[in-house]
Design a protein around this ligand. Structure first.
Ligand code: GTP
Length: 598
């Protein structure tokens, strides 16, 4: 029977250990993609993913594998991202699988996200097949990596697959292991429908397209379905699988991974993690959904053109469909007008969202510097959560401010322990534990303010350890800190979108740095622009942007029209991302000044 021949699996790995390359080889060796259409990292189909060489969104494909036992198996391979910002995507794909390939780079060994991701797979009771990849490289050390997998993860690695995703060596062995070690899905075909929505996308013609794992029952065109969280009903218009392009099917049954379209026009009615059931014979209990993930970083997002506010709202709603971690609420800024306070998982997530909005939805945005959220207790006993620094109440009414802390796990070769500790301490880190992983490496745990980690900590860490350190962190509650609100005044007026929160010990230096950075980014204008940083009424730093003397065109000779046009064009491009704040034209970079201070 068909179900016995299905294998649903996912690939988990630390970033760059070769997950996407292995997926490419598997697609190739199962003839899912003809060789002439093969391009690198087929599953990374977002332009952004290709350009950056990272996997952001999960992807599911169906492929057929003719195994050595002569039978044909149906594989559903669900790709997952490796970066710490996107680990929530990993847990979503795992819930649709019975097994996972754990890819470990033979030259790097077990890294921070190897552990984080494999833990998710273990929590979901998946069958895990260790794969030691990149064995073609001279510096591969298979024995050491096996030892690490056994010691650090507790998996038997004696029989681990040894592979080179690059050359294809060992990939056949992996395919056979998938057949023999990963269990076939179980699930009653005759039971009422239960399908887990693990992803969804909006399509202008078909409405919301749901990616589902059918756990019980069947689903076909014409069926009346119902969302278990809100009882909304629809009629199925199309079902199918991705292989890797959409292929329509008559039905999906228990064990299958595929897509469902049902003319769902209202985006808000579908939720990733929800269970789809039959409207005629509804199931009693929904499937276990996903843990809700909370954003960690917030930034203001404003259309350069205020008339685009509604377009921005619609675009954010569509993005949220397949990005459950995205959160947004409308806000207004005196300086920037109407926009949204948007919550992200980290700076990479923020960057990706901004780029997707600008590219896919043709929006021009001004973003304010990212900030964490603060829990504030006022002297009158009321409590507030502040996601926008400009909304921090007057300090005279504040009893205490708490900020989010993380437990940061840093894996690094012995030689760099000193460098790591120095950096962590400079970022207000408190040493927690240090543990030897093997002869060569240690795992150092620090408790640190999230606000210090999200900006440039990872880059600093990489450069101080010659790229050897890997980092993972999780929120570890809120703690009281001595924080102050810094306001920035341009031309004497406070600019709400430039306010930020800083630890008192760093306030003076940070104020000076920001003011200098602003001086560099704000172009000269007709008049002099004083820039001031203040805490309460106290000015802690100041600088001045001098007025310009010459018109840009004054430099060119009367007749040189092309040069004149070029200059004007350059000036226009520079203006594009300007926002008039009071009488001052402020460029986008200025709002990010706090991020670019080195
Ligand atoms: P993310 O998608 O960002 O999570 O990374 P990934 O784990 O998918 O890694 P990816 O497949 O993009 O591989 C990272 C780099 O390692 C690429 O430059 C690959 O060409 C290279 N690579 C992958 N597998 C092998 C291998 O077996 N041998 C060698 N020499 N290089 C490999």
């Amino acid at each position: 029977e068909r179900q016995k021949h299905i294998r649903n699996f996912s690939i988990v790995a630390h970033i760059d250990h070769g997950k996407s390359t292995l997926a490419d080889r598997i697609l190739e060796m199962t003839d899912t993609i003809p060789e002439r259409e093969m391009k690198n990292q087929v599953l990374d189909n977002m332009d952004l993913e290709r350009e950056r060489g990272i996997t952001i969104k999960l992807n599911a494909v169906e492929l057929n594998y003719q195994a050595d036992d002569g039978e044909t198996y149906i594989f559903h391979l669900i790709d997952t991202p490796g970066h710490v910002d996107f680990s929530y995507e990993v847990s979503r794909s795992l819930a649709a699988c019975e097994g996972a390939l754990l890819v470990v780079d033979a030259t790097q060994g077990v890294q921070a996200q190897t552990l984080a991701n494999v833990d998710l797979a273990i929590d979901d009771d998946l069958e895990i097949i260790p794969v030691i990849n990149k064995i073609d490289l001279p510096s591969a050390d298979v024995d050491r990596v096996k030892e690490e997998i056994e010691e650090m993860i507790g998996l038997d690695a004696s029989d681990a697959a040894l592979a080179s995703a690059k050359t294809g060596l060992g990939v056949h062995d992996i395919l056979e292991k998938i057949v023999h070690e990963i269990p076939a899905p179980t699930g009653d075909l005759d039971a009422p429908l239960k399908a887990l929505i693990f992803d969804s996308v909006y399509d202008n013609y078909r409405g919301v397209v749901l990616n589902v794992r059918v756990k019980e029952g069947t689903i076909k065109v014409g069926d009346k379905i119902q969302m278990m969280s809100n009882n909304k009903q629809y009629e199925v218009t199309e079902v199918g699988v991705m292989s890797p392009n959409a292929v329509q099917r008559d039905e999906l049954e228990a064990g299958d991974v595929g897509y469902v379209a049902a003319s769902i026009k209202n985006i808000e009615e579908t939720r990733v993690g929800d269970t789809v059931t039959s409207a005629i014979h509804p199931a009693k209990e929904p499937l276990k959904g996903y843990r809700k993930i909370n954003p960690m970083v917030y930034s203001g997002m404003y259309p350069v053109d205020n008339a685009k506010f509604n377009d921005l709202r619609e675009a954010l709603e569509k993005l949220k469909l397949n990005d459950a971690a995205l959160e947004f609420t409308p806000e207004t800024s005196k300086a920037l007008g109407f926009g949204f306070r948007v919550g992200f998982l980290g700076l990479l997530h923020m960057d990706v969202v901004q780029e997707r909005l600008e590219r896919d939805y043709d929006l021009e945005l001004i973003m304010t510097a990212p900030s964490v959220d603060y829990h504030v207790e006022l002297t009158d006993g009321t409590e507030k959560v502040i996601q926008n620094p400009s909304e921090m109440p007057d300090m005279s009414t504040v009893k205490e401010i708490q900020e989010p802390y993380v437990k940061a796990q840093i894996m690094v070769p012995n030689d760099y322990v000193g460098a790591v500790m120095e950096l962590a301490q400079a970022k207000r880190g408190e040493f927690d534990t240090m543990e030897y992983l093997d002869k060569y490496r240690v795992n150092i745990v620090y408790e640190m303010p999230l606000s210090e980690i999200i900006f440039d900590f990872f880059d600093d860490l990489k450069s101080r350890t010659k790229g050897y350190a890997s980092l993972d962190y999780e929120i570890d509650g809120y703690r009281t800190s001595d924080l102050v609100k810094m306001d920035i005044l341009l031309n004497g007026d406070p600019v709400d979108a430039l306010s930020f929160i800083v630890h008192r010990d760093f306030a003076y230096q940070r104020g000076k740095d920001v003011v200098n950075q602003l001086k560099k980014t704000i172009p000269r204008q007709q008049f002099e622009i004083p820039i001031q940083a203040t805490i309460g009424n106290k000015i802690v730093a100041r600088a001045t942007v001098k007025a310009y003397r010459k018109n840009v065109l004054a430099k060119c000779y009367g007749g040189d029209i092309t040069r004149k046009r070029k200059l004007l064009e350059k000036q226009k491009a520079g203006k594009k991302r300007m926002k008039a704040v009071g009488s001052v034209e402020v460029p986008q970079e200025a709002f990010m000044a706090i991020l670019n201070m080195n």
